[in-house]
Design a protein around this ligand. Structure first.
Ligand code: FAD
Ligand code: NAP
Ligand code: MG
Length: 465
């Protein structure tokens, strides 16, 4: 093929085999299947399986080999947005499940879907599991990256060289853990959302959650659903501001603790059994030197990334999925397709100054967006921009934006029932099924229960047979 010479001996390193890293592999595979010559691709994943966040771990703190534990998901976690808003344009839910399913599947079902697409190829062969990227350097003369790696299983350090490096290590794993005066003497459980593994331990407890974003909202509702005595959410800047069911409420920020009593900004006090910090995450790249590290807060357009992916000072360094996310899997895809085309010499980047200008325009637009709807519009425009740069299959992004706005309203209308709503796929036109059980009544999140409505009893019988 004509691109053979450009790619001769070229190597692409990918750090992380979560949805973003897998999207990058899939993007290459899509061209490979058309007969294009490929660079050599190696993906490093510190866990023993792919799926990133969706690969649930019961562990907290550290993994089997003592690495910081990546996963922040928990038992009973269900999609918090309609699946129709994240559907892969090249692998539909219909293709995977062979029947319509509901709009809000639980984690194991979405994990299954992610794997279905990547299992169609030999992608697993590119991935070195149980391997942590420890350090990266860049040689200005050879224009190559050296990545130092640890094979955790055999406890061996080695290094490899790459022409391109894709950082797909996620950014919802390292807790942001603020200090509140007196919390060191709080007698009950104090944890960050990252370590929350399920609401079971909070049954009959009075739980305080600090934060007012997705984690606070969902962990709060989880605790309520599974039987906490009371759930209080404490906000710093923006209240979630919806009508809460009896037993849940929102209060201003906690200012200090005295033993098990929390003092709030409005002068009220209350006793709690547990405090869960739903205070977000830090972008953390301990394997990157300062000059290559993306330094940003969680927002829709991190600075220094051209088209949200190319590190402007060194575009051979590519970041995927570093934005705050309305769109997820399909956004990672559109990013990965553009990144692939650059790495394969199919897309040329403008000069650093032109790129800077483009970044600045996006930053300015982001600055102007204030409401949830405006943020949806912003990320929609971003994805359309990416789509115009590659051959990722077309999907009706404007219609997805409409669905996101309806979702915002659904949540406001009732936080306990929004997951019972159904949406229509923009990829296949399929209308989601109404689920067999209302979300509030469903305490079982297994794939078998979800897809076949089996009860635990029936599952047990099936197992015995
Ligand atoms: P991740 O999924 O975080 O994957 C990163 C991978 O990189 C991990 O496998 C990790 O082990 C690996 N890695 C990290 N550092 C290294 C290293 N040094 N060396 C080797 N490997 C490394 N999105 C939705 O669309 N719907 C939801 O309902 C939803 N719920 C969520 C719930 C929670 C609690 C959280 C935290 C996030 C949720 N998300 C949800 C967003 C989620 O982050 C994305 O769906 C998606 O997982 C991001 O993919 P990623 O590949 O960018 O990062
Ligand atoms: P986030 O969206 O970044 O929100 C962080 C929250 O912490 C904000 O409310 C912020 O308040 C607050 N905060 C930060 N520092 C604070 C401080 N010092 N004191 C008080 N409050 C502070 O993080 P997140 O809510 O953890 O969400 C992360 C990701 O997980 C999202 O992508 C989300 O979709 C996903 N998620 C999904 C589910 C699900 O149901 N599927 C569940 C949980 C999480 P300010 O507004 O004041 O900054
Ligand atoms: Mg803004």
């Amino acid at each position: 093929m004509s691109n053979k010479n450009i790619l001769k001996n070229k190597r692409v390193g990918i750090i992380g085999a979560g949805p973003s890293g897998l999207a990058q592999i899939r993007a290459f595979e899509a061209l490979k299947s058309q007969g294009f010559a490929m660079p050599e691709i190696v993906c490093f994943e510190k866990q023993d399986n792919w799926g990133g966040m969706w690969n649930y771990s019961w562990r907290t703190g550290v993994g089997k080999y003592g690495e910081p534990l990546h996963g922040s998901m928990y038992k009973y976690l269900w999609s918090n947005g309609p699946k129709e808003c994240l559907e892969f344009a090249d692998y539909s839910f219909d293709e995977h499940f062979k029947k319509p399913i509901s709009s809000y599947p639980p984690r194991p079902v979405l994990f299954d879907y992610i794997q279905g697409r990547i299992k169609k190829s030999n992608a697993r062969e590119y991935i070195r599991f149980n391997t942590t990227a420890r350090w990266v350097s860049f040689d200005e003369e050879t224009k190559k990256f050296t990545v130092i790696l640890d094979d955790l299983k055999i406890d061996k350090t080695y290094s490899e060289e790459f022409d391109f490096l894709v950082v797909a290590s996620g950014h919802f794993s390292t807790p942001n853990m603020p200090y509140f005066k007196g919390i060191e003497n709080f007698p009950g459980t104090v944890m960050h959302a990252h370590d929350f593994r399920g609401a079971d331990q909070f049954i009959d407890r009075n739980v305080l959650l600090i934060g007012s974003s997705y984690s606070a909202e969902d962990i709060g509702v989880q605790c309520y659903k599974h039987g906490a005595k009371s759930v209080t959410l404490s906000y710093r800047s923006n209240q979630i501001g919806i009508e809460w069911p009896e037993g849940m409420k929102e209060v201003p920020l906690v200012t200090r603790f005295e033993d098990d009593t929390a003092f709030f900004k409005d002068g009220t006090t209350e006793k709690f059994d547990a405090v869960i910090m739903c205070t977000g995450y830090q972008h953390k790249f301990p394997f990157l030197p300062d000059e290559m590290r993306l330094k940003t807060k969680n927002n829709l357009y991190p600075d220094h990334l051209y088209k949200g992916v190319f590190f402007n000072d060194l575009p051979q360094l590519i970041y995927l999925g570093m934005q705050d996310q309305y769109y997820t899997f399909n956004m990672f895809d559109t990013q990965a397709w553009v990144a692939r085309d650059y790495m394969m010499g199919r897309l040329e980047l403008p000069t650093p100054a032109e790129r800077r200008l483009d970044i600045d325009q996006w930053l300015e637009k982001n600055e102007q967006a204030e409401t949830g709807e405006e943020h949806v519009d912003f990320q929609t425009a971003y994805i359309k921009d990416l789509l115009s740069l590659s051959d990722y299959p077309h999907f009706n992004v404007d219609q997805v934006a409409v669905m996101f706005k309806e979702w915002l309203k659904d949540k406001e209308e009732c936080i306990l029932t929004y997951r019972d709503k159904t949406y229509q796929s923009v990829v296949t036109g399929t209308k989601a099924a109404v689920h067999h059980t209302e979300w509030m009544d469903e305490l079982n999140d297994t794939k078998e229960r979800y897809l076949y409505e089996v009860t635990d009893e029936e599952e047990l019988v099936a197992e015995r047979i």
